[in-house]
Ligand binder design. Structure first.
Ligand SMILES: Nc1ncnc2c1ncn2[C@@H]1O[C@H](COP(=O)(O)OP(=O)(O)O)[C@@H](O)[C@H]1O
Ligand SMILES: [Mg+2]
Length: 358
């Protein structure tokens, strides 16, 4: 069976690596010069809206998925006779922060207060409604904190020029950030990983701990319930990630991704079945695998540079994943996961890793 994957970054690469033991084959589509999934599977170098040759290619595929949610929902790759999972509607909703937040609200899922803002004059008017501090985000194409400005004063707002449709949100004084990785099969079967605690640096995920320490049963069930509501509403098949701000026993949904997610990378070594394998199981109609923990995990992203590999690999229990990408400031080039059976060993090993990562 050959699976078409739109987007050839590290998420696609790890999807393929998880699919080979299941006997699956992959074909990536990516317009960029040298996508890192291209080292492990063939790539069609083509813009997602270019229809040239797409119908013939689709005939070789059994299912199409995506690892990048900014693929245009009208792409010809998503409009053939081949099944697309997660469904295109999930792509439409999640690629627009306004539709995404409205979807959460319709399902009774709490979010920060928000309002659409399309012009400088609308921004002035919306400030009093949302209150200070607040965050202005472009509705589309933002990632790793890009396309966002925190507004702390009226003067901050006066300096902003709006060039794209935006959403203005209240700035949440959260206790911490958590995310849930959920998966739903074609038959409606669902499975959930434990809530992960995420630490961001400069808007980019730096570290994820799974399971997140001190999560009550009721907060875990709330997250699962929220994810289930979204997946049922969207008739979802595949892995879905939702990012939350935790505030006491409340979870405010920040955003969701209709794909495997950086905060789920721990699952390669830390879970019975990785998020990548479970995504593939779901979209190919196979039974979902156990999301049970193999221990306490911590994942640290390698952003902008690669540490001394010899030293990383000399740390017992450190698992190195390099994406074969040229290091550049702010670019994710790999990650390291540590899995331990005690909190003490985990913390000790993670501090050894962090000393190298800097
Ligand atoms: N409303 C908010 N209140 C407080 N912090 C926020 C808010 N929105 C975003 N952030 C911070 O910025 C990070 C990135 O924002 P996010 O909306 O997740 O966009 P991205 O697509 O770039 O990940 C969040 O993980 C969080 O740390
Ligand atoms: Mg985010």
């Amino acid at each position: 069976m050959t699976i078409g994957v739109l987007g050839g970054g590290q998420l696609g690469r790890m999807i393929a690596l998880a699919g080979y033991p299941l006997g699956l084959r992959f074909l990536f589509v990516d317009p960029s010069e040298d996508p890192c999934a291209g080292r492990v599977a063939p790539v069609v170098k083509q813009h997602y809206m270019d229809a040239q040759g797409v119908q013939e290619r689709l005939r070789q595929l059994q299912v199409v998925t995506y690892e990048f949610e900014n693929v245009d929902a009208d792409s010809p790759w998503l409009a053939g006779d081949v099944d697309v999972y997660p469904p295109v509607e999930a792509l439409r909703v999640t690629q627009d922060r306004l539709l995404e937040k409205r979807c959460f609200r319709e399902l009774g899922i709490e979010t920060p207060t928000f309002t659409p803002v399309d012009s400088d004059s609308e921004l002035q008017g919306s400030l009093s409604r949302i209150g200070l501090p607040c965050v202005l985000k472009t509705r589309r194409f933002g990632y790793d904190g890009k396309g966002q400005s925190v507004i702390r004063t009226v003067d901050d707002a006066a300096e902003i020029e709006i060039h794209a449709a935006c959403i203005l949100e209240s700035f949440v004084q959260f206790d911490r950030e958590l995310s849930i990785i959920a998966v739903r099969g074609k038959n409606g079967e669902t499975a959930f990983y434990p809530l992960v605690e995420n630490e961001h640096r400069n808007g980019i995920l730096y570290k994820s701990i799974s399971p997140s320490p001190n999560v009550s049963k009721s907060v875990q069930s709330l997250a699962e319930d929220y994810a289930r509501r979204v997946m049922e509403k969207l008739d979802y098949v595949g892995v879905l990630a939702i990012e939350f701000f935790q505030y006491g026993e409340r979870l405010l949904a920040n955003e969701m991704a209709p794909r495997v997610h950086n905060s789920g990378h721990f699952s390669i070594e830390g879970s019975d079945t990785s998020q990548f394998e479970n995504h593939l199981r779901a979209i190919t109609g196979l039974p979902l695998g156990s999301t049970g923990e193999r221990g306490l995990s911590c994942m640290i992203n390698l952003v902008g540079s690669i540490p001394d590999i010899d030293k990383v690999l000399a740390i017992p229990g450190a698992h190195l994943h390099l994406y074969d990408k040229e290091p550049r400031p702010g670019r994710k080039v790999g990650h390291i996961t540590v899995v331990s059976d005690s909190r003490e060993t985990l913390e000790l090993t993670v501090s050894q890793v962090e000393a190298l990562v800097g």
